[in-house]
Design a protein around this ligand. Structure first.
Ligand SMILES: Cc1ncc(COP(=O)(O)O)c(C=O)c1O
Ligand SMILES: [Zn+2]
Length: 408
């Protein structure tokens, strides 16, 4: 694994060796970031080598991950999700070049499979027998799904109010599931204590440095799917801030190895009712806890665990942060579905809700090339969808009854 130089604290810059497992900095408590030898990776990865690569999953980018043990690869189709040109939606918003990256297509139906792929492979490589994680729901169902695919059964902590479909996934995949009587943040803290007590591998978002490494793959795919033309703007739904910091790392990796020559601007989108990252970006840059109450459960976070790196990603990219009312998130689920045929869960639709808001304020140029990440499938939370989707029409099983309703 000579292409990995080590890990570096994002706060005090203390360095850690690539061997063994390091979570957060033992000196200042901040998150760690994996540092690569780009010169070495450049020798292996090129546009030509990728063009010849027949693995259309996250593993086609193997040389850009901090892994050495191929035997830890899950046999599932993770990543390489469709990047759809959204012409009808773009037309409605007055935008010429809009694309949607449908990450609900992943095996457990959310973006989180990208994070789990690398984080779980790392656990296997290091020989951990027990993997645990806390989650608003998707990271957990992803962990359970990917673990099941290699015969493992993780220990999961979710807030008891997590949507039923996500809990069903956990149980079906055979995880041991603790429904924590509290918030996601409570589940996170309990999981942390338990992993320290029992020596379990902890996959928590914004604590385990390898989730960010997995989340990079989306940026690699976007650039490849655009034949290496970098988009102008990428809209990302933000909770803990780990997806957006991973997306940024991915683009920077590609710049570092010379596969692209410029970076996109990132737009962090949050609900008004869970807006710690957006408030920090638009304020003094300091993350302050909030009391999150958004219906978009996957991005309902009091203390964003990768918030500082998320703020850094937006600012470094000269991007923006925007917050939207929950009502707009719900309306946007319907708008995306009826213009693109993609059913997003509330968090997954938040990127487009943010785009709509910035279009309405004139902050977006019509000709900019824009990608919105749709990070989770709508079947994850049908209770919310049913509140906004409309009504069925009761009818007797007779043509006469149908005709009466149709007004004939
Ligand atoms: C569907 C979906 N969208 C967005 C996010 C936000 O990701 P992050 O918490 O890394 O900001 C999550 C996280 O759980 C998610 O499940
Ligand atoms: Zn430190």
């Amino acid at each position: 694994m000579s292409h990995v130089l080590g890990l570096k604290c994002t706060g005090c810059r203390q360095e850690f060796p690539p061997q063994g497992m390091h979570y957060v900095c033992d000196r200042c408590g901040k998150n760690l970031d994996v540092v690569y030898d780009y010169n070495l990776i450049k020798k292996k990865v090129s546009r030509a080598s990728l063009a010849e690569n027949t693995d259309f999953s996250v593993w086609r980018y193997w040389d850009l991950y901090p892994l050495k043990d191929h035997s830890a690869i899950m046999p599932l189709a993770i990543g390489w999700t469709p990047l759809y040109r959204a012409e009808t939606l773009g037309h409605q918003l007055g935008l010429e070049k809009l694309w949607l990256k449908d990450d609900g297509k992943n095996p457990s139906a959310s973006y989180k499979d990208r994070a789990s792929s690398v984080a779980i492979a790392k656990a296997v490589e290091l020989g951990f027998e027990k993997i645990c994680g806390a989650s608003t729901g998707n990271a957990a169902s992803s962990t359970a799904c990917l673990c099941a695919s290699i015969g493992l059964s993780p220990i999961i902590f979710v807030p008891e109010a997590a949507p039923k479909a996500k809990i069903a996934q956990l149980l079906v995949f055979g995880a041991k599931v603790f429904a924590v009587k509290g918030t996601y943040d409570d589940a996170f803290d309990l999981c942390l204590e338990a992993s320290e007590e029992y020596g379990w591998y902890n996959r928590n978002t914004g604590y385990n440095p390898y989730t960010r490494e997995g989340k990079k793959s989306c940026s690699f795919e976007i650039c490849e799917q655009f034949n290496w033309e970098v988009p102008d703007l990428v809209f990302v739904p933000v909770g803990d801030g780990n997806i957006i910091s991973g997306v940024w790392k991915g683009f920077k990796d590609l710049l570092g190895i010379g596969l692209i020559d410029r970076l996109p601007r990132l737009v962090a989108v949050q609900s008004e009712k869970s807006s710690a990252v957006a408030d920090a970006v638009n304020g003094d840059g300091v993350i302050r806890p909030v009391k999150a109450t958004t219906i978009a459960d996957s991005i309902s976070v009091n203390i964003p665990r990768d918030g500082e790196m998320a703020v850094r990603a937006v600012r470094e990219s000269k991007g923006m942060a925007v917050k939207v009312p929950d009502k707009d998130i719900l309306d946007t689920i319907i708008l995306i579905a009826r213009t693109s045929g993609i059913f997003a869960e509330p968090a997954g639709a938040t990127s487009v809700a943010g785009l709509r808001k910035l279009v309405s304020t004139g902050a977006i140029k019509d000709s900019e090339k824009i990608v919105c990440l749709i990070t989770g499938n709508g079947l994850k939370d049908i209770d919310t969808a049913m509140k906004i989707a409309g009504q069925t029409i009761p009818v007797e099983p007779e043509l006469a009854s149908l005709k009466k309703i149709l007004g004939e």
